[in-house]
Design a protein around this ligand. Structure first.
Ligand SMILES: *[C@@H]1O[C@H](CO)[C@@H](O)[C@H](O)[C@H]1NC(C)=O
Ligand SMILES: *[C@@H]1O[C@H](CO)[C@@H](O)[C@H](O)[C@H]1NC(C)=O
Length: 503
């Protein structure tokens, strides 16, 4: 029996299909009998008829918010509306709306078994500009999760509970990960605490080796089923779970009574492979499952928030989707043509050039960013300063150590040492070759927030910029929890005129 409501919904969907021709992921899941009960994306509509708000951003200048919708029903997000709203200030993603109509929106994750960095124990919000991409040539922004960032909804409607069947997919950045717990998207505890084995069923992506592993050195797609990341039916190694090297990666986890599967694909081309399909983990507690039905993004079920990753779109379904349905969704994702785009803006800072960075705050316009040993501060430097100081204030621009789309600053007088942040303090350290160092030493310049020069954004913490504060150098977020994050004078303190170097 169809209810009147479901018939109306079917008619609306049918009209949507006529109007926009191509079925979107949630139209495909509905046709397969496993409808989306949550649909999240900051990049595009996931129903062909959807033209409501995709996400909300909040700007630093006045705390105002605005909603970003698709350019047309079923289309790509209106990134230009965000760029205009956020011009000359910073913006955070406050809400990722649920497109399914069930109200399963994702907002700032509250404190849990683990606490976040915000003063009330909540997690940080993501920068609205940390993950620019294009879809079929149109600009959009993903959700760049730095450690300490997370979204959640503990009061959902219609998400699987207990041992009920469900499916989920997410499109992720396959090059953005770490080994900490846990960059997840999916089903979790409703009280933000670890309530035991089998109380979660979520996509995990990263290089954690605490529980399961796959082939090679990772990153791997695994399932976070609570108290374990699983690549197969134990927390051991599953050689069929490959190391992922795709820039854009389609990740799938699905489960039903005593059966679950992991599937994945390059989100930019080709088709899905099955990495695992079999019984539930044999350890106690996973069969039957005890899913609770909250939704998390970027964190573990107990709010463990040490991980990083980037999310572009994802859904949760009611029922266990068929492989054929998922294959059609993958074809739709490929047709959306995710591609990379520039991470920088503003006056060009060319690789190979030698530069000095002058502060623009009224107090400090004769002061330049300079190191003394490993410490970094601002110093008054002039053409008649001695050569030691001139060298300390001079930097060679090199291609970004972690991402060639951004840059790194090598010391003029200490070759092999680079500006890097550590615990949000800017330092000069020798490159130890580690992934962490490279990410901490990579910066993406943009137009100066006060209209002068450049603001130098951290690659791995894109809410944070080079800031002088009491003449010391930190990477600061606008109005964040640290003293040096103070909103007063933020735009001036993070804007630098980049000149030819003194030495
Ligand atoms: C668990 O997986 C391994 C490797 O794929 C397989 O050999 C074994 O039979 C599986 N166990 C069960 C209970 O299905
Ligand atoms: C260079 O100038 C700075 C700042 O005036 C001073 O502290 C430093 O001692 C001088 N160094 C040399 C080698 O003259």
């Amino acid at each position: 029996m169809f209810s009147r409501q479901s018939l109306q919904r079917a008619c609306i969907l049918a009209l949507g299909l006529v109007a926009t021709s191509a079925a979107a992921p949630c139209d495909i899941f509905a046709s397969g009998g496993t409808p989306c009960v949550a649909a999240h994306s900051t990049t595009r509509a996931l129903f062909s008829a959807f033209n409501g708000a995709l996400y909300q951003v909040k700007r630093g200048s006045d705390g105002a918010t605005t909603n970003i919708a698709p350019l047309s029903a079923g289309g790509v997000a209106n990134a230009a509306a965000q760029d205009s709203f956020c011009s000359g200030t910073t913006c955070l993603i406050t809400t990722i709306f649920d497109q399914s109509g069930r109200g399963n929106h994702l907002t700032q994750a509250p404190a849990g078994g683990f606490n976040g960095p915000e003063s009330n124990g909540a997690d940080n919000l993501a920068s609205a500009t940390g993950a620019p991409v294009t879809l079929n040539g149109q600009k959009a922004y993903g959700v760049f999760i730095s450690p300490g960032t997370g979204y959640r909804n503990n009061a959902v409607s219609g998400i699987a509970t207990g041992d009920a069947a469900e499916g989920m997919y997410a499109v992720l950045d396959g090059t953005h990960f770490n080994g900490a717990c846990c960059f997840d998207y999916g089903n979790a505890e409703t009280n933000s605490r670890d309530t035991g084995n089998g109380h979660m069923e979520a996509i995990y992506f990263g290089t954690s080796t605490t529980w399961g592993t796959g082939s090679g050195s990772g990153p791997w797609l695994m399932a976070d089923l609570e108290n374990g990341l699983f690549s197969g039916n134990t927390t051991g190694n599953n050689p069929s779970d490959p190391t992922i090297t795709n820039r854009f990666f389609t990740a799938i986890v699905k489960g039903q009574p005593n059966h679950w599967a992991l599937r994945g694909a390059n989100a930019a081309s080709g088709s899905l492979s099955t990495f695992y399909s079999g019984v539930r983990p044999t350890a106690s507690g996973y069969n039957p499952m005890k899913k609770e039905g909250a939704i998390i993004l970027g964190i573990g079920g107990d709010n463990s928030n040490g991980a990083q990753g980037t999310f572009y779109e994802g859904v949760m379904t009611s029922g266990f989707p068929s492989d054929a349905t998922e294959n059609s969704v993958q074809a739709n994702i490929v047709a959306a043509k995710y591609a990379t785009t520039s991470l920088v803006s503003g006056p060009a800072i060319s690789v190979g050039s030698s530069v000095s960075l002058r502060a623009t705050t009224a107090c400090c316009t004769t002061r330049f960013l300079a190191h003394s040993g490993t410490a970094v501060a601002t110093q008054v430097v002039t053409s008649s300063s001695n050569s030691t100081l001139k060298q300390q204030a001079s930097w060679t621009v090199v291609s970004g150590l972690a991402n060639g789309g951004c840059i790194s600053f090598q010391s003029k007088d200490t070759p092999g040492s680079f500006l890097r942040h550590n615990n949000f303090v800017l330092l000069l350290n020798a490159n130890d070759g580690s992934k962490q160092f490279k990410e901490d030493a990579t910066f993406c310049p943009q137009a100066g927030l006060n209209g002068q020069g450049n603001s130098i954004r951290s690659f791995n913490y894109p809410t944070r910029y080079f800031r002088h504060f009491d003449n010391n150098l930190d990477i600061a977020s606008n109005g964040g929890v640290h003293t040096f994050d103070a909103a007063a004078s933020f735009n001036d303190d993070v804007s630098w005129v980049v000149t030819s170097s003194f030495a």
